[in-house]
Design a protein around this ligand. Structure first.
Ligand code: NAD
Length: 528
């Protein structure tokens, strides 16, 4: 049963998901907060909002901690580096606010374009002045989207419904994405020069701080509108105020400010500014979604799913379709490393025609699998590469074009003092994993369950003798796969047998197998 500590309040919808999964929940009471660093060792996950600071010390005290759930997007209150070093997954709810922030962008833009707040105020003051509130339409105008991520794309999509033409700037977006979305991309200067409305949707980073400076505002069309529903600090508030005062910009709509709440209130009082107090994500739906997404992510991460969108995974979540390949990489790594037996020095991953988005995840999965036989459950996707590095294990990845035999092939070769072992496999259909090569032997078996791997000389009667020995020990054979190597100059032929067993035989049975004159090696690999 999963034990979850809720450090900050979570919407009831999230709690229901935890309860339905049979998790044991403990809501941290205010008078327990001081003892948090003692209590944490009893839980395998903690869930926080922004109030609780998940420091490195706290994480180290959480001896059983596997997952930190951050109910929201920003993870500045979590020590990600320490979590990564300790192999603790940090999951959040990155898309929960998407629609709310997108819709708020339009709420602000339409309010600005049609003077809604000022008109409302004047009506309340008893006026009926229609001439003062001459607005402008969005139809036929050009929207410049700066930052074409999740929200930028959703804004661009909706803008088309208003009859707007969209141009965008995002230096980190793969060109194929913009092409698929049929959005014209341009330089920042190009976008600023043509847009009637510029809307910002990027994070605040060293690079984006004050990106919309006095110089860049000067590049904007005279009479243009600016919307910032992303992060304060991206716009130089003083430069914006000056541009509104001079009339170069006709208006600005702001949900976020350099300092929140703003100390310098000149902008919020400006007649051509529509402002809201950072409420882009403040909707019932978003709050509920934050809670349900976080609860689902925490549970999936605790259950070992490979498709979680963890903040500190060394790759983007590759999606459920990639999961069989991740499992394949892991099982091949485990199998190869168990067969190697001795110390591991190098893991080489060869990928033939494997989809680009899956290459890094599958490689990390193979490293995780290769380390698991001797590091156990402490190694996970978050820390696999780091643990390999710490232990001096070299990791090499190579991609190749398609082979003639299989549409996609993953090979894992592990080497160390005990020599080298190579295992290659593929995925049949949607999720049917198969090993298709073991060193130079070609054979086909599923990398699962308890496998007895034999090396023997290819002479009659071996399989019978092995079967009898296992039968006497009451160990049932589920299936058996044989392959034969090339003949040596002496005429001798080596063979391998992969025998899936229903029960794990005692060590003494393995010793008796190893004592058979035809058997040169007998190894047991438990792949569960
Ligand atoms: P995202 O990560 O999906 O997209 C951000 C995009 O910005 C990425 O495509 C990235 O390539 C791009 N980018 C990074 N640096 C850039 C640069 N220098 N110039 C141009 N583009 C750059 O994020 P998202 O979920 O779409 O969120 C966008 C912004 O909205 C974030 O800052 C987020 O914090 C903010 N946000 C605000 C509210 C609110 O309450 N107002 C709510 C949700 C999100």
């Amino acid at each position: 049963m999963h034990r979850i500590l809720l450090c900050d309040p979570l919407d009831e919808s999230g709690l229901e998901i935890f309860r339905a999964a049979g998790a044991e929940l403990h809501q941290l009471a205010d008078d327990e907060r001081e003892r948090l660093s003692e209590l944490i060792e009893n839980f395998d996950s903690i869930v926080v909002r922004s109030r609780t600071k998940v420091t490195g010390d706290l994480l180290r005290r959480g001896r059983n901690l596997k997952v930190v759930g951050r109910a929201g997007i920003g993870v500045d209150n979590v020590d990600i580096q320490t979590a990564t070093d300790l192999g603790i997954l940090v999951v959040n709810a990155p898309t929960a606010n998407l629609i709310s922030a997108t819709e708020h962008t339009f709420a602000l833009l339409l309010a600005l374009a049609r003077n809604v707040p000022a008109a409302d105020r004047s009506l309340r003051d008893g006026e009926w002045n229609r001439k003062r509130f001459l607005g402008r339409e969005l139809d036929g105008k050009t929207l410049g989207v700066v930052g074409l991520g999740r929200i930028g794309q959703a804004v661009a999509h909706r803008a088309r419904g208003f009859g707007m033409t969209v141009v965008a700037y995002d230096p980190y977006l793969d060109a194929s994405v913009a092409k698929r979305l049929e959005i014209e991309m341009d330089s920042l200067e190009g976008v600023l020069a043509v847009a009637d409305v510029v809307t910002l949707h990027m994070p605040l980073t060293d690079e984006t701080r004050n990106l919309i400076s006095a110089e860049r505002i000067a590049l904007m069309k005279p009479g243009a509108l600016l919307v910032n529903c992303a992060r304060g600090g991206i716009v130089d508030d003083k430069a914006l105020f000056a541009a509104l005062e001079s009339g170069h910009l006709a208006g600005a709509a702001l949900d976020v400010f350099e300092v929140e709440p703003p100390e310098d209130t000149r902008l919020v009082h400006h007649p051509n500014v529509v402002g809201t107090p950072h409420i882009g994500a403040q909707t019932r739906e978003a709050q509920e979604r934050v809670a349900t997404q976080t609860a689902r992510m925490v549970l999936a991460a605790l259950d070992g799913s490979l498709a979680v969108t963890a903040v500190n995974l060394p790759f983007r979540a590759a999606g459920p379709a990639a999961e069989p390949f991740l499992r394949l990489g892991e099982q091949l790594g485990r199998l190869a490393s168990t067969l190697l037996g001795g110390s591991l020095k190098k893991v080489q991953i060869d990928l033939w025609a494997v989809e680009e988005a899956v290459r890094v995840p599958v490689s990390i999965a193979a490293v995780r699998g290769a380390l698991r036989p001797f590091l156990g459950e402490t190694v996970n996707f978050v820390n696999a590469e780091k643990l390999a590095e710490d232990r001096g294990v070299e990791v090499v990845r190579a991609t190749h074009r398609k082979t003639s035999e299989y549409p996609q092939l993953v090979g894992v070769t592990v080497s160390g003092e005990g020599g080298a072992v190579e295992i290659a496999g593929t995925v049949f259909g949607e999720a049917d994993l198969r090993v298709v090569r073991y060193d130079s032997y070609r054979l086909e078996f599923r990398p699962e369950g308890c496998l007895l791997m034999l090396r023997n000389s290819d002479v009659p009667g071996v399989v019978g003798r092995v079967g009898t020995l296992l039968g006497e020990a009451a160990v049932n054979i589920a299936d058996i796969h044989l392959a034969r190597g090339p003949a040596e100059p002496s005429g001798a032929v080596d063979a391998v047998a992969v025998i899936r067993l229903d029960q794990r035989p005692a060590e003494e049975v393995l010793d008796r197998l190893r004592a058979l004159p035809e058997v040169s090696r007998a190894q047991l690999v438990d792949l569960e």
